[in-house]
Write a protein that binds this ligand. Sequence first.
Ligand code: XMP
Length: 508
Amino acid sequence: MDRVVVLDFGGQYSHLISRRVRDMGVYSQVLPSNAGEKKLKKIKHLKGIILSGGAASVYEKSSPKCSKEILNLGVPILGICYGHQLIAFLDGGKIRRGESGEYGLTELKILKKSTLFDGLKTREKVWMNHRDAIEKLPFRYFTTASTKHTSIAAFENKKKKIYGVQFHPEVTHTENGNKILRNFVFKICKAKKGWSTSGIVKNIESEIKEKIGDKKAIIGLSGGVDSSTAAALLSRVIGKNLIAVYVDTGLMRRGETEFIRKTFSKYNLNLKIVKAEQKFFERLKGVLDPEKKRKIIGKLFIEIFEKAAKKYGAQLLIQGTIYSDRIESGITAHSSKIKSHHNVGGLPKRMKLTLYEPLRDLYKDEVRKIARMLKIPNEIIKRHVFPGPGLAIRIVGEVTRERAEIVRKASYIIEEELKKARLYEKVWMAFAVLLSVKTVGIQGDARSYKYPIVVRIIESKDAMTANFAKIPYNVLEKISTRITNEISKVNRVVYDISDKPPATMEWE
Ligand code: XMP
């Protein structure tokens, strides 16, 4: 399958560039900026390289760079923002610090006919976000477009098939950004489409054959769409050699264990249910720090999986980790660690099992497409995401059985009311968070001093960014009334109106 690699120089949009390329039907992956020409040379069917944006200045010693050799691989290259400047810098041009930056929408004037701009008007709205700029282009590079503040807003070296744009074609504010990226991918790189749902499935299945062969593997089945899809894919290839382990941590959604038992009993899946509530609550006793909670839970999961693996003779551990989980756990060289996702950063360093994550390069909607193709029930596909550490990260402060019960019940009410209002499928996630403070209330003519519940309902496309959902007040009112009426330990309900960023979806 043809592929386009995005080299990540720390820009917030690196993954978005790769996303855009995949949406065109061409496989794309993000690699760290220092991947090196040797590694790139080994990639089969490499049709193009995109150098992402980034916050650094190319002339700073410590700024991320790639080797100059990449420009001589004979593979078409597109530099975006920092990547645009880096190409010029590496090939002998000059970059200067701008007097003032250029941020936001601006008008691009196309000065020279270029394949990159095929089908565009001579004036285009583009989105800029930079301070440095190219002052002088290297030999045989030509300016193809400019803006009021940036004389070299785009360049090309047609012979070497190297292109650069100072603006961001990957963001939707650049009106014809997608056209520019399509021109690069199809007209300059001449990549062929191959990234379709069935193509992805074929690829993963052949990787499974290669990685697992006739060994036995254990999969942590959580009931979410990711692990269910991973389990379905694996069981198609390795059949009964897959042992699906569902751990009842006591921190799951209401009725979850029964749901899992019922749903998967219809499949030819080797399912084992491990009851481990007591262990989870014991280990989490007195622990307040969110990262500690995540680490404890991750470790306990692995202990359970290792025990099961020994019992069933499995050598591999499969997890349904997807791409966004890995970005947020700090897998890319420049992304900072936001939190340890229990199925990524929360894993202990030394593990007896070999870890294999077949969905590691996929985005959530790609996983959902595969799930549909594999005929996984809608109840699972349309379910909201549920975090690996479960309710533990929705309880601020100590995790106890009693507090888990409060947050579980409140979350159930929220989901139920959203379903009644036909809003459940319109949002990414909806849940309750229990705080550790108490506040004063008045119930039945008497003073009460109880916990508040936070209602968190969010909209998101890929979990990387999110907005709080603008839920009608009458629905919020029903949720609030039911929570305070049905949960005796709660006397106040608040609605979280934070977007991501600056907040994350979960509270811990
Ligand atoms: P945040 O809170 O990071 O959440 O904005 C983004 C999405 O990821 C889910 N999430 C997790 N999923 N293990 C998981 O499997 C985890 O440790 C974890 N932490 C957050 C979260 O529910 C949301 O959908």
